[in-house]
Design a protein around this ligand. Structure first.
Ligand code: RB5
Length: 150
């Protein structure tokens, strides 16, 4: 799969770990955002980059990382068509795929460690969308976007 991943400075070390982890699994990784943990970089820019990559079809999935995962998930969710899920455990990551068809995952580097993050990423990358009644709700979200952004 092609995955776009970006972070601010706070998310930089975890982002590098996750990018390497995904590359080793054979995914194509587009990496953006901060170039170091020491130079401040806005989570807004990083969230915009991943959202655009997903919406423009450059990437099939997106992963955004900041200190808490909160700010960057807010940015991503302001893009119509992005369904970004902030996950702190594997269960949430499974559910965001099964029920919400999330196309972007958000994580907080100051909240979870590398091991938990890898479990979350595995679930996000592999869990299918359940469809059925969940499809109706996802379609309702899309209708809401059309209504609000027309
Ligand atoms: C950066 O200090 C921090 O504000 C940012 O990484 C994030 O947690 C914002 O939501």
């Amino acid at each position: 799969m092609i995955v776009s991943i970006a972070s601010d400075h706070a998310g930089y070390p975890l982002r590098r770990d996750v990018a390497d982890y995904l590359s080793k699994q054979g995914h194509t990784v587009i990496e953006g955002g901060a170039t170091s943990a020491d130079v401040p970089y806005s989570y807004v820019l990083a969230g915009q980059k991943v959202s655009r990559d997903v919406l423009e079809g450059q990437a099939e999935r997106g992963i955004v990382i900041c200190g808490t995962g909160i700010g960057i998930s807010m940015v991503a969710n302001k893009f119509p068509g992005i369904r970004c899920a902030l996950c702190t455990n594997e269960f949430m990551a499974r559910m965001c795929r099964q029920h919400n068809d999330a196309n972007v995952l958000s994580m907080g580097a100051r909240v979870i460690g590398k091991g938990v993050a890898f479990g979350i990423v595995d679930a996000f990358m592999t869990e299918p969308f359940d469809g059925g009644r969940h499809m109706t709700r996802v379609n309702d979200m899309k209708e809401q976007e059309k209504e609000l952004f027309k």
